[in-house]
Design a protein. Structure first.
Length: 128
């Protein structure tokens, strides 16, 4: 059968890609030295990295003024800012006008014409 052959272009396919002849070669030994040197380099880089799990988030200290406000007499109601009807209408009008401005820019764009450059024309060289 065609797929059962253990050869390519008349050369046998080995079970192990690196043979003893290759392992004994000088170039392979130099290659392995570089590989081990690089692995040591990577191990040193790994050891120098800080561990991200040990970093904790620092909490901001609470303001002493906030604590003073909490102890203010509870019987006194706080003044909450309230919007008048005029201010609310003005706010709505501003928001609607902003929506109108954004909507006009989102419409279809005008068509664009691309022209090929005219390489046939020659420009005279400037006289020096």
């Amino acid at each position: 059968a065609k797929g059962n052959k253990r050869e390519v272009f008349g050369m046998p396919i080995l079970n192990e890609p690196i043979t003893d002849d290759i392992r004994g070669g000088q170039y392979y030994n130099k290659y392995m030295e570089k590989v081990t040197k690089h692995q040591r380099y990577l191990a040193d880089e790994e050891a120098k990295r800080s561990k991200p799990g040990l970093v904790t988030k620092q909490c901001k200290p609470t303001s002493s003024l906030r604590l003073v406000d909490e102890f203010v007499d509870e019987g006194v109601p706080e003044n909450e800012p309230r919007l008048d009807d005029e201010e609310a209408n003005l706010q709505r009008a501003v928001e609607e006008s902003l929506k109108d401005v954004h909507a006009t820019h989102r419409g279809p764009l005008p068509p664009v014409v691309f022209r090929e450059p005219d390489f046939g024309r020659r420009q005279p060289h400037p006289e020096v």
